[in-house]
Design a protein around this ligand. Structure first.
Ligand code: SAM
Ligand code: SF4
Length: 329
């Protein structure tokens, strides 16, 4: 079975925010004092997440990514991974992490066949790391990077690029892909930082491209896969590759294949839709799996054409109060 939205896009990828809590305070994601966290009882329980995944698996979903907040901060996160692994439809489990709390779990991840991770790292400079994340954890993250490489993980590094903050890190980060089999992905900053300020630091995907191309003239586009949000490029003589994600310019929406479930169980069929429907309240009202499946199908049919349409249809100030940590970025 394959489930399609009204624009004939196959929707088969779910991203689940397992917690809105985080141990870092990246300034593009949340204010320095943090965001008001949801009471724990209002977050989806692991049992509820597994039930939703089971329903989605039967609707043809095949890819799941756990994110947050920081997923490894949630108690017994490994139990959720084990239970997901037991589901027939989700053999490839993906995780996005800040890399500060996970090295002790690497063996278990390997046992569960989780051998690819997205690691967030915006700079190779310890001082800038501290400025961006408001925490002094650079050493831990870089150690995680090297441990994961040594253990043979397929690694994607996510770097948000911001004008006046870390554009000087683009080329040093690209250089990591010369000797390591990693994909370095540069992301445009989006307006989800728990209190958006107009004077933004957005550095456009086109400018990221130009910066890399100027130094690496052999930068050439690679053929993409279903649902890719990044345009990936190879560079002659590099083991790894480079990706650019136009998250703010939104040029990838016509191939979008994803659905998001926030930590408190709101369904977002688009990152820019302001949160649409509480599947948590729906399942807690005692409905059957068939009813949940019908609800998902109904919501997927309402998925907007693109992020601009979604943004127009929602209260702008609501979007700007959101944090990627509570959305599940
Ligand atoms: N804490 C984990 C981490 O940082 O990898 C997972 C959650 S974090 C919200 C997921 C991804 O969203 C990270 O790669 C982060 O850099 C990115 N992100 C957060 N806020 C963003 C923003 N305003 N614009 C673009 N990307 C953002
Ligand atoms: Fe935490 Fe990730 Fe947001 Fe940084 S980007 S504050 S690590 S949730």
């Amino acid at each position: 079975m394959q489930i399609k939205d009204s624009f004939d896009r196959t929707i088969d990828y779910v991203r689940i925010g397992v917690t809105d809590r985080c141990n870092l305070r990246c300034f593009y994601c949340m204010p320095k004092e943090g965001i008001p966290y949801e009471p724990k009882a209002d977050l989806l329980s692991y049992e509820e997440i597994i039930r939703l995944l089971d329903v989605l698996g039967n609707l043809g979903f095949r890819k799941v990514r756990f994110t947050g907040g920081e997923p490894f901060l949630r108690k017994n996160f490994i139990t959720l991974l084990e239970k997901t692994h037991q589901l027939a439809h989700f053999k490839n489990i993906h995780i996005t992490t800040n890399g500060t709390l996970m090295t002790q779990h690497i063996t278990k991840l390997m046992e569960l066949g989780i051998n690819s991770l997205n690691l967030s790292l915006d700079t190779l400079d310890a001082d800038r790391f501290k400025k961006i994340t408001r925490r002094d954890d650079f050493k831990k993250v870089i150690q995680t990077f090297h441990t994961l490489i040594d253990e043979g993980f397929k690694l994607k590094v996510n770097a948000v690029v911001m004008k006046g903050i870390n554009t000087q890190d683009i080329l040093p980060l690209v250089a990591l892909a010369k000797q390591h089999p990693v994909s370095i992905r540069f992301i445009e900053e989006m307006p989800f930082n728990g209190g958006y300020k107009e004077n933004s630091t957005i550095f456009k995907a086109t400018d990221i491209f130009k910066t890399i191309k100027k130094k690496h003239v052999s930068l050439s586009p690679k053929i993409g896969k279903h649902g890719d949000t990044s345009t990936n490029y190879s560079i002659d003589g590099f083991i790894g590759d480079v990706g650019i994600i136009p998250a703010f310019s939104r040029t990838f929406c016509d191939t979008c294949n994803r659905l998001r479930i926030t930590p408190k169980g709101d369904i977002k069929t688009c990152l820019y839709d302001g949160g649409t429907y509480s599947i948590r309240d729906y399942i807690r009202s005692g409905v059957t799996n068939e009813q949940i499946a019908s609800k998902f199908m109904e919501l997927i049919k309402l998925k907007p054409k693109d992020g601009f349409v979604a943004e127009k249809g929602t209260n702008k100030s609501l979007i700007r109060e959101e944090s990627m940590s509570s959305i599940g970025g």
